[in-house]
Design a protein around this ligand. Structure first.
Ligand code: EPZ
Length: 417
């Protein structure tokens, strides 16, 4: 078992580079199946989830290599159309391979996806959109079998702007005849990045980042060179850590606009935040003040993925903060662990009332990816030593997490038993 040993109470100072976005690179890796050519992706973080996606591509027949942060995928040969059960269980986003495999091979076989335990996470919206585009889908022994002999574009109205369902529909639509319009599409920056990649590959896609996306069927056939956008959730996590610990931290290679709602909360709590180009500098007050109500929403609202790290910062503030989680029904599991550090958090359904106080070190366990990062933020700000266990979650989404924190002056050590 792996864990971090954290000595809390160090002020954070210095600058930290932000990696490429996990939630952007995963659908883009899946999209490399479409063009049957060479895809060169820069700024690819080396994460467990990215390694799983690469394993899926290799299983399907692609040739994949990595040099530094550049991953090259040659999808000339794709001679399988299934994703092995173990890789599906490994991460939720493996479901994003459904659309591209279907589009490339005309059929796909996947088992139901795994991933973070933050709610039920059904895939009904993905399946109903693909059915409307002409896919015949049945379930067999826990597997989803999908066949498409005649995919036809049409209007797809999503009842909720699901990120994954938007991506799967967009990817499948590239293989449809006619025009597909995705209405009430997710507007996350990662969708815009995927659209950008598809356009470079030759797809006719308009509207990424808007709530209606139009895809005119035309198989993307061009080779692509693309740079993955910066990870806004990693950036927000470092901002929360700096705010909780005090000091002054500069993020480089970040996109300020993508973390606007998080920056606003931290400003309201007394931080000074300046941005210029792709850098963001946060100067923390001696102690954070209270924050206005934080309600998670689809982009451009406050991101559910930043709720846990911001809650960890709020646990140390003077005053209180109300968190309302509207996206996932089970995304306060980190709260019980924060309470082990002395946090005052009262939960009622999807609402958590946090009253700040001095935290103390404790032995805690990551509950999911962002929950795990939140425990590290709290441990850094607590008095005394903490042990944060179950790092497999954090490894899924943060590249060189401990090393980056150490470079800012944190006392954190990884132990791999
Ligand atoms: C993506 O998950 C992200 N993952 C998540 O990040 C992120 O929390 C989430 O979007 C919301 O921003 C990746 O991009 C790989 P959704 P996704 O479909 O696509 C319900 C992280 O920590 N829903 O927008 O799975 C669903 O249950 C991860 O990096 C349906 O009901 O999210 C949820 O309540 C965790 N039916 C809501 O929609 C469906 O078919 C939002 O889910 C699909 C979704």
């Amino acid at each position: 078992m792996s864990y971090y040993v954290v000595q809390g109470g160090q002020t954070l100072r210095g600058s930290v580079p932000i990696s490429g976005a996990k939630n952007s690179v995963l659908p883009i890796l899946a999209a490399t199946l479409l063009n049957g050519g060479r895809n060169v992706l820069h700024n690819c973080p080396d994460l467990r989830d990215v390694r799983s996606a690469i394993q899926i591509l290799e299983h399907l027949g692609c040739k994949v290599s990595r040099e530094g942060d550049t991953v090259t995928v040659d999808s000339t040969v794709v001679d399988r159309w299934d994703v092995p059960h173990e890789l599906m269980r490994e991460m939720r986003s493996s479901v994003i391979f459904l659309g591209p495999i279907l589009a490339r091979c005309g059929r796909a076989r996947l088992s139901l996806p795994g991933g973070c335990d933050i709610g039920q996470r059904p895939i009904d919206l993905h399946l109903s959109a693909l059915r409307k585009l002409g896919a015949v889908i049945r379930e067999q022994g826990g597997d989803i079998l999908c066949e498409a002999s005649d995919l036809q574009g049409r209007d797809i109205i999503l009842s909720f702007p699901s990120v994954g369902a938007t991506e799967n529909t967009l990817l499948t639509a590239t293989a449809c005849g006619g025009v597909t319009r995705i209405i009430n599409a997710a507007r996350e920056p990662e969708i815009t990045d995927l659209q950008e990649f598809l356009r470079k590959a030759g797809a006719l896609v308009l509207g990424g980042g808007e709530s209606a996306i139009t895809v005119s069927g035309s198989t993307p056939r061009r080779d692509v060179e693309h740079t993955i956008l910066p990870d806004r959730i990693e950036a927000a996590t470092f901002l929360c850590a700096a705010a909780a610990c005090g000091g002054e931290v500069t993020l480089t290679g970040a996109e300020p606009e993508h973390v606007g709602t998080v920056i606003q909360c931290l400003r309201d709590a007394g931080c000074t935040v300046r941005s210029a180009g792709r850098t963001i500098t946060l100067l923390a007050p001696k102690r954070l003040g209270s924050m206005p109500t934080v309600r998670t929403m689809p982009y451009p609202g406050f991101p559910t993925d930043s709720q846990a790290p911001l809650m960890a910062a709020a646990c140390t503030a003077q005053g209180s903060a109300l968190f309302i989680e509207t996206i996932f029904e089970n995304r306060f599991r980190h709260a019980a662990e924060l309470q082990r550090m002395g946090a005052d958090i009262r939960i009622s359904g999807r609402t958590a009332l946090v009253t700040g106080r001095q935290l103390h070190g404790a032995r805690v366990r990551s509950t999911d990816l962002r929950g795990g990062a939140a425990l590290v933020v709290a441990a850094l700000a607590a008095q005394g030593e903490s042990r944060v266990e179950a790092l497999t979650h954090i490894d899924r989404g943060y590249e060189h997490f401990a090393e980056k924190l150490i470079a800012l002056g944190a006392s954190i050590r990884r132990v791999d038993d």
